[in-house]
Design a protein around this ligand. Structure first.
Ligand code: SF4
Ligand code: SF4
Length: 149
């Protein structure tokens, strides 16, 4: 008796269609960032520690939100909740560091803890600054849709 799991049905499966659209044109919900948001996990190949914002020093200028590359999209302005870097989304690339941050209040967070539940409402939420109105990723260098409080 043959085992169909490894037999003809698998061999005749149609090849998976490759999505040839540039990454920037694909829906942001199909991006690695979306997967990280779903899994709430930080890739082990990211060797740099994530960064954290010292709220007592931060002036909420939003420059770090603008500077964070949209493929990471890790920084959010939570209004009264202050600024948040989701460690699971932060690669530690350092693009938000001075001179971007005018008061030098962003630090490596070697002992990072999982982002609190409330912070996970932001990525892919209605105010996600890294996703454009058409659902694609914000191109680098373009201003974010920063929430004004
Ligand atoms: S280190 Fe890079 S990924 Fe992390 S918050 Fe700053 S700009 Fe974004
Ligand atoms: S750039 Fe610095 S001061 Fe401005 S919001 Fe970000 S952490 Fe705060």
């Amino acid at each position: 008796m043959t085992d169909d799991r490894s037999g003809s049905s698998a061999r005749h499966r149609p090849p998976r269609r490759q999505d040839r659209r540039p990454a920037a044109e694909r829906p942001a919900t199909e991006s690695p960032r979306a997967q990280r948001t779903t899994d709430r996990s930080r890739p082990p190949q990211w060797r740099q520690a994530p960064l954290r914002i010292e709220q007592s020093e931060c002036i909420s200028c939003d420059a770090c939100v603008e500077a964070c590359p949209s493929q990471f999209g890790a920084v959010f302005n939570l209004g009264a909740g202050g600024m948040a870097i989701l460690p699971e989304l932060c690669s530690g690339c350092g693009k938000c560091l001075p001179p971007v941050c005018p008061v030098d209040c962003i630090y490596p967070d070697e002992d990072w803890q999982p982002a609190p539940e409330q912070w996970w409402q932001e990525p892919f939420g209605p105010q996600d600054p890294y996703v454009q109105d058409d659902g694609t990723r914000r191109p680098s260098g373009q201003p974010t849709r920063i929430r004004r409080w």
